[in-house]
Design a protein around this ligand. Structure first.
Ligand SMILES: [Zn+2]
Length: 64
């Protein structure tokens, strides 16, 4: 329970310029993905769980 609370309060910080990252939801995909974009530079990062779900969906489409 404590770990969960800490995780929610952590702000995503840009590794390049140390600015706060903006949380962006990408709704084009079947599974909405969460990405983090820097307000200051061109850095962006995908939330790990979101991108893994999309990769799984793409793999399943390729199999059928
Ligand atoms: Zn940055």
């Amino acid at each position: 329970m404590i770990i969960k609370d800490i995780k929610l309060t952590i702000k995503m910080i840009c590794p390049k310029c140390k600015s706060e990252l903006k949380r962006v939801e990408i709704e084009d995909a079947k599974t909405p993905a969460i990405s983090y974009q820097c307000k200051n530079c061109d850095y962006y990062n995908f939330e790990h769980e979101s991108i893994m779900k999309i990769i799984d969906e793409i793999k399943q489409k390729e199999l059928h």
